[in-house]
Design a binder for this molecule. Structure first.
Ligand SMILES: C[S@@+](CC[C@H](N)C(=O)[O-])C[C@H]1O[C@@H](n2cnc3c(N)ncnc32)[C@H](O)[C@@H]1O
Length: 218
Protein backbone atom coordinates (compact mmCIF):
# COMPACT_ATOMS: atom_id res chain seq x y z
CA UNK A 1 0.00 0.00 0.00
CA UNK A 2 1.41 3.37 -1.06
CA UNK A 3 1.07 5.17 2.27
CA UNK A 4 2.52 2.24 4.20
CA UNK A 5 5.48 1.92 1.84
CA UNK A 6 6.12 5.66 2.17
CA UNK A 7 5.97 5.35 5.96
CA UNK A 8 8.24 2.30 6.02
CA UNK A 9 10.85 4.11 3.90
CA UNK A 10 11.00 6.88 6.47
CA UNK A 11 11.70 4.57 9.43
CA UNK A 12 15.18 2.99 9.39
CA UNK A 13 14.93 -0.83 9.59
CA UNK A 14 11.14 -0.78 9.46
CA UNK A 15 10.93 -2.90 6.30
CA UNK A 16 12.94 -5.70 7.90
CA UNK A 17 10.90 -5.37 11.08
CA UNK A 18 7.62 -5.66 9.13
CA UNK A 19 8.73 -9.11 7.94
CA UNK A 20 8.85 -10.45 11.52
CA UNK A 21 5.46 -12.08 12.31
CA UNK A 22 5.17 -10.57 15.83
CA UNK A 23 5.96 -7.09 14.49
CA UNK A 24 3.44 -7.55 11.68
CA UNK A 25 0.81 -8.61 14.20
CA UNK A 26 1.55 -5.54 16.32
CA UNK A 27 1.46 -3.26 13.27
CA UNK A 28 -1.93 -4.72 12.35
CA UNK A 29 -3.20 -4.13 15.88
CA UNK A 30 -1.99 -0.55 15.76
CA UNK A 31 -3.79 -0.05 12.47
CA UNK A 32 -0.60 0.59 10.50
CA UNK A 33 -0.96 -2.29 8.00
CA UNK A 34 -3.82 -4.57 6.96
CA UNK A 35 -2.33 -7.30 4.75
CA UNK A 36 -4.80 -8.82 2.32
CA UNK A 37 -7.30 -5.96 2.43
CA UNK A 38 -4.88 -3.15 1.46
CA UNK A 39 -6.28 -2.93 -2.09
CA UNK A 40 -9.77 -2.44 -0.72
CA UNK A 41 -8.69 0.32 1.66
CA UNK A 42 -7.00 2.08 -1.25
CA UNK A 43 -10.10 1.85 -3.39
CA UNK A 44 -12.66 3.23 -0.93
CA UNK A 45 -13.19 6.96 -1.52
CA UNK A 46 -11.62 9.34 1.01
CA UNK A 47 -13.76 11.62 3.21
CA UNK A 48 -16.76 9.43 2.49
CA UNK A 49 -19.75 8.19 4.50
CA UNK A 50 -19.42 4.50 5.26
CA UNK A 51 -20.37 1.63 7.51
CA UNK A 52 -18.85 -1.60 8.69
CA UNK A 53 -21.34 -4.37 9.47
CA UNK A 54 -19.66 -6.72 11.94
CA UNK A 55 -17.03 -4.88 13.94
CA UNK A 56 -15.74 -7.45 16.46
CA UNK A 57 -12.96 -5.60 18.34
CA UNK A 58 -12.61 -2.79 15.80
CA UNK A 59 -9.30 -3.90 14.26
CA UNK A 60 -10.38 -3.36 10.67
CA UNK A 61 -12.43 -0.30 11.68
CA UNK A 62 -9.18 1.33 12.84
CA UNK A 63 -7.56 0.63 9.47
CA UNK A 64 -10.53 2.10 7.66
CA UNK A 65 -10.29 5.22 9.80
CA UNK A 66 -6.54 5.55 9.20
CA UNK A 67 -6.59 5.01 5.45
CA UNK A 68 -10.04 6.04 4.21
CA UNK A 69 -10.53 8.88 6.70
CA UNK A 70 -14.33 8.74 6.48
CA UNK A 71 -16.23 11.96 7.21
CA UNK A 72 -18.79 9.74 8.96
CA UNK A 73 -18.29 6.10 9.88
CA UNK A 74 -20.99 3.84 11.35
CA UNK A 75 -19.94 0.73 13.26
CA UNK A 76 -22.77 -1.81 13.28
CA UNK A 77 -22.71 -4.89 15.51
CA UNK A 78 -25.07 -6.39 18.12
CA UNK A 79 -22.16 -7.82 20.14
CA UNK A 80 -24.50 -10.67 20.97
CA UNK A 81 -23.28 -14.13 21.94
CA UNK A 82 -24.85 -16.91 19.86
CA UNK A 83 -25.38 -20.13 21.84
CA UNK A 84 -26.58 -22.31 18.96
CA UNK A 85 -24.35 -25.14 17.67
CA UNK A 86 -24.49 -23.50 14.22
CA UNK A 87 -22.16 -20.81 15.57
CA UNK A 88 -19.70 -23.13 17.35
CA UNK A 89 -16.87 -21.92 15.07
CA UNK A 90 -17.89 -18.26 15.03
CA UNK A 91 -16.01 -15.49 16.87
CA UNK A 92 -19.30 -14.52 18.49
CA UNK A 93 -20.31 -18.12 19.27
CA UNK A 94 -18.20 -21.07 20.37
CA UNK A 95 -14.96 -19.14 19.95
CA UNK A 96 -16.03 -16.56 22.55
CA UNK A 97 -15.30 -18.71 25.59
CA UNK A 98 -16.49 -15.97 27.97
CA UNK A 99 -19.99 -15.93 26.44
CA UNK A 100 -22.03 -12.71 26.54
CA UNK A 101 -19.62 -11.05 29.03
CA UNK A 102 -16.88 -11.36 26.44
CA UNK A 103 -19.09 -9.78 23.79
CA UNK A 104 -19.99 -6.93 26.18
CA UNK A 105 -16.29 -6.42 26.88
CA UNK A 106 -15.57 -6.18 23.13
CA UNK A 107 -18.27 -3.53 22.77
CA UNK A 108 -16.83 -1.53 25.69
CA UNK A 109 -13.34 -1.85 24.21
CA UNK A 110 -14.57 -0.49 20.86
CA UNK A 111 -16.15 2.50 22.64
CA UNK A 112 -12.85 3.21 24.43
CA UNK A 113 -10.79 2.73 21.27
CA UNK A 114 -12.78 5.28 19.26
CA UNK A 115 -13.90 7.57 22.11
CA UNK A 116 -12.34 10.74 20.68
CA UNK A 117 -13.91 10.19 17.25
CA UNK A 118 -17.25 9.25 18.81
CA UNK A 119 -17.20 12.49 20.80
CA UNK A 120 -16.43 14.50 17.67
CA UNK A 121 -19.31 12.80 15.79
CA UNK A 122 -17.08 11.20 13.12
CA UNK A 123 -17.72 7.68 14.39
CA UNK A 124 -21.09 6.37 15.49
CA UNK A 125 -21.45 3.00 17.17
CA UNK A 126 -24.78 1.36 16.33
CA UNK A 127 -25.27 -1.60 18.66
CA UNK A 128 -27.87 -3.86 17.06
CA UNK A 129 -28.15 -6.35 14.23
CA UNK A 130 -27.68 -5.00 10.71
CA UNK A 131 -31.40 -5.58 10.19
CA UNK A 132 -32.46 -3.62 13.30
CA UNK A 133 -30.16 -0.71 12.54
CA UNK A 134 -30.86 -0.40 8.78
CA UNK A 135 -34.06 1.57 9.34
CA UNK A 136 -32.03 4.38 11.02
CA UNK A 137 -30.39 5.30 7.72
CA UNK A 138 -32.05 7.08 4.78
CA UNK A 139 -31.94 5.39 1.38
CA UNK A 140 -28.86 6.30 -0.71
CA UNK A 141 -27.05 7.59 2.40
CA UNK A 142 -23.75 5.68 2.23
CA UNK A 143 -20.84 5.97 -0.19
CA UNK A 144 -19.89 2.42 0.79
CA UNK A 145 -20.82 -0.38 3.19
CA UNK A 146 -18.42 -3.14 4.23
CA UNK A 147 -20.36 -6.32 5.13
CA UNK A 148 -18.69 -8.69 7.59
CA UNK A 149 -21.50 -9.72 9.98
CA UNK A 150 -23.46 -12.98 10.06
CA UNK A 151 -22.22 -14.97 7.05
CA UNK A 152 -25.04 -17.54 6.87
CA UNK A 153 -26.74 -17.31 3.48
CA UNK A 154 -30.07 -15.84 4.60
CA UNK A 155 -28.34 -13.14 6.69
CA UNK A 156 -25.74 -12.33 4.03
CA UNK A 157 -28.50 -12.04 1.45
CA UNK A 158 -30.56 -9.83 3.74
CA UNK A 159 -27.56 -7.56 4.42
CA UNK A 160 -26.84 -7.25 0.70
CA UNK A 161 -30.44 -6.37 -0.12
CA UNK A 162 -31.11 -4.03 2.81
CA UNK A 163 -27.88 -2.09 2.38
CA UNK A 164 -27.95 -1.92 -1.42
CA UNK A 165 -30.90 0.43 -0.87
CA UNK A 166 -28.85 2.47 1.60
CA UNK A 167 -25.89 2.95 -0.78
CA UNK A 168 -25.80 5.79 -3.32
CA UNK A 169 -25.81 4.99 -7.04
CA UNK A 170 -22.10 4.76 -7.86
CA UNK A 171 -21.34 3.71 -4.28
CA UNK A 172 -19.87 0.39 -3.15
CA UNK A 173 -21.25 -2.68 -1.48
CA UNK A 174 -18.26 -4.64 -0.34
CA UNK A 175 -17.33 -7.26 2.23
CA UNK A 176 -15.37 -10.20 3.52
CA UNK A 177 -15.33 -14.00 3.24
CA UNK A 178 -16.42 -14.53 -0.34
CA UNK A 179 -15.35 -18.19 -0.18
CA UNK A 180 -16.69 -21.69 -0.53
CA UNK A 181 -17.19 -23.57 2.74
CA UNK A 182 -16.46 -22.20 6.20
CA UNK A 183 -18.93 -22.64 9.05
CA UNK A 184 -21.24 -20.40 6.99
CA UNK A 185 -21.16 -22.96 4.12
CA UNK A 186 -20.34 -20.46 1.39
CA UNK A 187 -23.32 -18.25 2.30
CA UNK A 188 -21.59 -14.99 1.42
CA UNK A 189 -20.46 -16.24 -2.00
CA UNK A 190 -23.95 -17.49 -2.84
CA UNK A 191 -25.58 -14.19 -1.80
CA UNK A 192 -23.03 -12.11 -3.74
CA UNK A 193 -23.28 -14.26 -6.88
CA UNK A 194 -27.06 -13.99 -6.80
CA UNK A 195 -26.92 -10.24 -6.36
CA UNK A 196 -24.62 -9.87 -9.37
CA UNK A 197 -27.13 -11.84 -11.44
CA UNK A 198 -30.31 -10.15 -10.28
CA UNK A 199 -29.69 -6.63 -8.94
CA UNK A 200 -28.46 -3.25 -10.15
CA UNK A 201 -24.80 -3.82 -9.33
CA UNK A 202 -21.59 -4.22 -11.31
CA UNK A 203 -18.81 -6.51 -10.14
CA UNK A 204 -15.69 -4.43 -9.56
CA UNK A 205 -13.37 -7.01 -8.03
CA UNK A 206 -13.09 -10.22 -6.05
CA UNK A 207 -9.68 -10.68 -4.48
CA UNK A 208 -8.37 -12.23 -1.26
CA UNK A 209 -11.93 -13.29 -0.30
CA UNK A 210 -13.08 -9.67 -0.52
CA UNK A 211 -15.88 -8.67 -2.87
CA UNK A 212 -16.48 -5.20 -4.27
CA UNK A 213 -19.72 -4.36 -6.10
CA UNK A 214 -20.70 -0.96 -7.48
CA UNK A 215 -24.33 0.14 -7.40
CA UNK A 216 -25.63 1.12 -10.84
CA UNK A 217 -28.83 2.84 -12.03
CA UNK A 218 -31.79 0.46 -12.38
C1 LIG B 1 -15.84 -11.72 11.64
S1 LIG B 1 -16.41 -10.63 12.88
C2 LIG B 1 -16.11 -9.05 12.16
C3 LIG B 1 -14.65 -8.75 11.97
C4 LIG B 1 -14.33 -7.33 11.60
N1 LIG B 1 -15.10 -6.86 10.46
C5 LIG B 1 -12.85 -7.25 11.26
O1 LIG B 1 -12.50 -7.34 10.07
O2 LIG B 1 -12.06 -7.10 12.20
C6 LIG B 1 -18.14 -10.80 12.73
C7 LIG B 1 -18.92 -9.83 13.58
O3 LIG B 1 -20.26 -9.83 13.10
C8 LIG B 1 -21.10 -9.55 14.19
N2 LIG B 1 -22.47 -9.94 13.84
C9 LIG B 1 -23.07 -11.14 13.98
N3 LIG B 1 -24.33 -11.10 13.58
C10 LIG B 1 -24.55 -9.84 13.13
C11 LIG B 1 -25.68 -9.17 12.59
N4 LIG B 1 -26.85 -9.79 12.40
N5 LIG B 1 -25.54 -7.86 12.25
C12 LIG B 1 -24.36 -7.21 12.42
N6 LIG B 1 -23.26 -7.81 12.94
C13 LIG B 1 -23.35 -9.10 13.29
C14 LIG B 1 -20.48 -10.33 15.34
O4 LIG B 1 -20.89 -9.84 16.59
C15 LIG B 1 -18.99 -10.16 15.05
O5 LIG B 1 -18.43 -9.12 15.83
Amino acid sequence: MKQVNKLLKQIPGARKLARIPVARKLAKRLGIISGNRDFLLEMLPKNSVGAEIGVHTGGFSALIINFVKPSKFHLIDPWKYEVSETFSDALYGGKAKGGQSELDARYEAVLRKFQVLIDSGKVEVNRGTSEEVAQNFPDEYFDWVYIDGNHLYEYAKQDMELYLKKVKVGGYLTGDDYTEGGWWKGGVKKAVDEMIETQNVKLVEIRNSQFILKKTER
